[in-house]
Design a protein. Sequence first.
Length: 213
Amino acid sequence: MVRGTGVVAKDRKTRSDKKRDVKPTISIDLKNCIYRLSYITNTPVKDVIETICEKGLQSRKVMEYLSEYFLRDFKFTNTIYMGDPGRKSLQRRCQSGKNERVTTRFNQETYETIRKLSDALDVTPSKATAILLDSSIRNTNILNSFVKTYLHNYVDDNRMKELKVVLKYINKNNPYNEEISWFALVSIIFDELKETTEDVKDTINKWLEKFKH
C-alpha cells in the first residue's frame, strides 16, 4: 500500500488584480513625450502609459477616430462601431523614423478591453496598445486631465487659480492661434527652471513669482 505524502496539491489561481505586461513599440517622438510626462509629474513611465491608455479607452473621441480602422465590430458603452473586413490591418504599417519598445502593465479588465480592441483592429495586443497610446496622447483633453489631476495633488487651490489665470492670458494673447495645454504650460515651466532641484510645488511657485514680475 502506497501512502500519500499528506500534501494536497492546489490549483494555482490567477489573482484578479494581477497585471499583464505589454511591450508596445512606439516612435521616438512618442517615447520622448511619455518620458517628459513621467518627468514633470514624477510618475513611473509604465504608470503614465497605463493611465493614458485607460483614459483613451474611456474616450468616445478616441474610439471614433480608431473606428476608421476597425476590421471587426467593437462595442464602446452603448455604441457598436461596425468593422469593415475590406480595410487593411495596421499590423504591418511601420512608423516613420526610429522606434523603440516601452513596457507597461494593465489590470485584467483593461487588458481584456485592449485585447478586444486588437481583434477589432486585427493587430496584436501590443500593437493595439501602441496605436491606442498614440491616439490618446494626441487628445488634448486626455493630456490636460492627466496633468491637472497631478497638479491638484501637489499644488494648493490658490496656486492652481494663478496657473489658470496665466494659462488663460497666454492663450488669449497667443499670436499663433494655437491653444496652449496644461501639459505645454508645465513643460514651459520646467524648461525654464530645468536646473532646479526643487520639488514640483516649489518649482511652480518660483516660476509664478518670476511671471508676476
